[in-house]
Design a protein around this ligand. Structure first.
Ligand SMILES: Cc1cc2nc3c(=O)[nH]c(=O)nc-3n(C[C@H](O)[C@H](O)[C@H](O)COP(=O)(O)O)c2cc1C
Length: 323
């Protein structure tokens, strides 16, 4: 399948694995890229720019296909050394960067100067337009369904994607709620040039996370996610568990007076315990509604091949046959 996204990034299939904290390590990024998609290393999961440089080098030994690095600009207790991470990306010869969160404008000149393509993840049409205006090459349009940070507008992809198609001239991929060939064909029909998946890629054999995480996703239904941190305007979609119930009780009790410190125990530094050790109730972790469509733990190659075969069947048989 040839789209503006496969052309832009030099990949075989229009499928991207979004950056994921403590999931997007070289094992997953290289497996996705080897399967013909675009794998992405999550920059900030590496505690220092030096460690990111090592992770990029490690990924290069595992694939000779293009892969990217995610740089997330979100509110944080101690701001990371972004210029240092940027240097690691540039010096590591990475040619694709996925930015997310705040406006990446400040870092674009350095990226452009080194021929790096930038795909910015946005949850609204207005932010997508801004990304286009400041010179991003593509956008990942992240609907309300998504795992992680869906923003504060709550517009699902059935509206958000065609709205993005009406306004944007740069290519965009659909993100949030994408799982299979049906998702890909629907995304293309709504104007996207491919799709970005997070949650679906966690439940793969190569994802370097504890098996409990994969099984929790397989066991979850579309009813099992919750939105947290809305009073802080830092909304995150997570899988429901006792820590999330506790956090939501605090949000209810404190209302507008809620501060980050009140929920520190449920959100700060919990990812290594969840992803690495499989302590599923250690805190809140991002997960999309799409968990309701995930029933197995295939390899990345099996997953991507299945998506492309299903998409082709849908286009050639079901859709063509309707006419
Ligand atoms: C466990 C997890 C961690 C994530 N961490 C990040 C992150 O660090 N930076 C980022 O830009 N997006 C992050 N995301 C969002 C994904 O890159 C992607 O946009 C999202 O998962 C798409 O929605 P889906 O889960 O329905 O596929 C994360 C998602 C999950 C599920």
């Amino acid at each position: 399948m040839k789209t503006r996204i496969t052309e832009l990034f030099g990949i075989r299939h229009p499928i991207i694995q979004g950056g994921m904290h403590h999931v997007g390590l070289a094992e997953l990024a290289s497996a996705v890229s080897n399967a013909g998609g675009l794998g992405i290393i999550t920059g900030l999961t590496q505690r220092t720019p030096d460690l990111l440089a090592k992770e990029i080098a490690r990924c290069r030994t595992m694939t000779d296909r293009p892969f990217g690095v995610n740089l997330t600009f979100l509110p944080s207790v101690t701001p990371p050394d972004y210029p240092g991470y940027l240097r690691a990306i540039i010096e590591g010869g990475v040619k694709i960067v996925e930015t997310a969160g705040n406006n990446p404008q400040k870092y674009l000149p350095a990226l452009k100067e080194h021929g790096i393509k930038v795909i910015h993840k946005c949850t609204s049409v207005r932010h997508s337009l801004k990304a286009q205006q400041i010179g991003c090459d593509a956008v990942s349009v992240d609907g309300f369904e998504c795992g992680g940070h869906p923003g504060e507008d709550d517009i699902p992809n059935f509206i958000l994607l065609p709205r993005a198609a009406e306004e944007l001239s740069i290519p965009f991929v659909a993100s949030g709620g994408m799982a299979d060939g049906r998702s890909l064909v629907a995304a293309l029909a709504l104007g996207a040039e491919g799709m970005n998946m997070g949650t679906r890629f966690i439940a793969t054999r190569e994802a370097p996370v504890h098996d409990n995480v994969k099984q929790a996703i397989v066991a979850a239904s579309e009813l099992d996610t919750r939105l947290i941190m809305r009073p802080l305007r830092n909304t995150e979609r997570v899988l429901k568990n006792p820590a999330v119930d506790r956090l939501l009780e605090k949000e209810k009790a404190l209302g507008a007076a809620l501060k980050f410190e009140d929920i520190f125990g449920e959100v700060a530094g919990v990812y290594p315990r969840i992803m690495g050790e499989g302590q599923m109730d250690a805190g809140a972790w991002s997960c999309g509604m799409v968990a309701g469509l995930i029933r197995d733990v295939p390899t990345c190659q099996e997953l991507i091949d299945r998506i492309m075969t299903e998409a082709e069947g849908l286009i050639r048989k079901r859709l063509e046959g309707l006419l």
